[in-house]
Design a protein. Structure first.
Length: 110
C-alpha cells in the first residue's frame, strides 16, 4: 500500500478522524485520547497505530506515558490529490466519506 492509500484508509474511519481533530489542539497522552471514546484502550491503540503507519501522527514515550502528536504536513499529498478534482476544495472529509459510500455501497467496512 502506498502512502496515499494508507492516508485514505486511515481517514476512512470516523474514530480516527475524531482523533486527528483532537490532536489539532495539542499533543495528547494516549489515555487522554481514549477518554471520550466508549472503547477499550487496546482498540484506541489500534486506531493510533493505523494513524501512525499512515504518517498522520507520531507517537513517543515521555517517561511512562505514550504521547501522540499530529504531523502537520501529513495530509499535504492527499489534499493536493483531491484538489485536482476541484469538487473537493476545500476538503470536507465527511462529505468525501458520504460520496465514497454512495459510489461504493457494497464495500465492506472495517
Amino acid at each position: 500500500m502506498n502512502n496515499l492509500d494508507a492516508v485514505f484508509a486511515a481517514l476512512a474511519d470516523p474514530t480516527r478522524r475524531a482523533i486527528l481533530t483532537m490532536l489539532l489542539e495539542d499533543d495528547m497522552a494516549v489515555t487522554d485520547v481514549a477518554e471520550p471514546f466508549e472503547m477499550s484502550l487496546a482498540a484506541i491503540s489500534k486506531h493510533l497505530t493505523v494513524l501512525a503507519n499512515a504518517g498522520l501522527i507520531a507517537q513517543e514515550k515521555r517517561g511512562r506515558v505514550k504521547w501522540c502528536k499530529l504531523d502537520p504536513d501529513a495530509l499535504r499529498a492527499a489534499s493536493v490529490w483531491m484538489q485536482g478534482f476541484g469538487q473537493f476544495e476545500p476538503v470536507n472529509l465527511d462529505a468525501f466519506e458520504r460520496f465514497l459510500e454512495a459510489e461504493l455501497p457494497d464495500t465492506a467496512r472495517d
